[in-house]
Design a protein around this ligand. Sequence first.
Ligand SMILES: C[S@@+](CC[C@H](N)C(=O)[O-])C[C@H]1O[C@@H](n2cnc3c(N)ncnc32)[C@H](O)[C@@H]1O
Length: 218
Amino acid sequence: MKSRFAEYFNHDEDASEYDVEVRNEFNPIRTGYGETLAWVAQKAQVSPKDSVLDLGCGTGNTSALLSKTAGLVCVDVSLKMMELAKLKLAAIENLTFIQSDLLEFFDRNKLKFDRIVSTYAIHHLTENEKALLFKEIYKCLAPGGRAVFGDLMFQNDHEKEKVVQSLLKKGHKEGVADIKDEFFWDLDNALNQLEKLGFLTVVKRFSELSWGLAAIKI
Ligand SMILES: C[S@@+](CC[C@H](N)C(=O)[O-])C[C@H]1O[C@@H](n2cnc3c(N)ncnc32)[C@H](O)[C@@H]1O
């Protein structure tokens, strides 16, 4: 199954400006970006024997922070974002790029991984699609494996409303438009789903919108 909005959120058109744009942490969507990626890379605890999957790798900013792996697979729907990732990650051995929608990737590949990382990509999937993705992630992780996410999230609907009002007060109309257009995580729901699947979870907040979530398969 393909995610409903995979082509709409394909970042081909944003690729050339993306790495400049993410450094503008005055934009509330980008506040905490650097810290979130660093946390994801650290919590992934990658060792040289681990096979690693980066879901929605974009220009490769998260993969670039990982320690040496036994093999790294980077997946994204955008060829242009991955072209930039290829340049950035050129020194990494055992690196594979796959152009695919995230859900379709799991339909077509029955690979196993020790570690999965994903930053600022899964908020492009609807709530139902996220639930399907979590199941696939659980299935393809080895026991003791971990999936570490950094993304745009709200604790729950009540908190979402508070953050939206706070952003409006500060004049961040574009940020509020993005919230309406995309599917920022409902963290309480995600934790519930991940824990039901059999993950232990750890959460850290980096800004009004950016959170990290580590899910460890028991
Ligand atoms: C905001 S960027 C994040 C890139 C990178 N992980 C980072 O943290 O900088 C989101 C990426 O997800 C990709 N993407 C969006 N929806 C997708 C989908 N359904 N399947 C695969 N990739 C998707 C986009 O093309 C884009 O490269």
